[in-house]
Design a protein around this ligand. Structure first.
Ligand SMILES: [Zn+2]
Length: 118
């Protein structure tokens, strides 16, 4: 259990889950193919980014749900609430993109899909 939490926390800081030292991203949206420290390949197969998209979509759904709950329990004008929620969802989707990809790499590492080459 501690290993799972440690790996997910390490990946939230965009750090390699294998060596926990190498940076996963070289730019704002560019992920390194390999860890610069241990050389592990972060995404071995094409299409593995879809897991990160699922994580990001789940996060955005939670934000939309919070917006819907606020519409029900508060008296905030509906137009303002919809606009604010939509703007927050767009900003959050872009901001958490790297973190969602990194957490997905952590999940792949925990399930054995990412491993150090020998
Ligand atoms: Zn590494």
């Amino acid at each position: 259990m501690w290993r799972v939490l440690r790996v997910l926390c390490v990946t939230l800081f965009l750090t390699c889950p294998a060596c926990q030292r190498g940076k996963m991203f070289r730019g704002i949206f560019q992920m390194n193919v390999r860890c610069p420290v241990c050389g592990v390949v972060f995404e071995r197969d094409a299409g593995e980014v879809t897991g990160a998209m699922a994580i990001n979509t789940a996060l955005l759904c939670i934000l939309a749900l919070i917006g819907a709950v606020l519409a029900i329990i508060t008296k905030i004008p509906t137009g303002l609430l919809i606009g604010g929620t939509a703007a927050l969802m767009i900003v959050s989707g872009v901001f958490f993109y790297r973190h969602a990809r990194a957490v997905w790499v952590g999940i792949l590492f925990l399930t054995g899909a990412i491993f150090e080459d020998v």
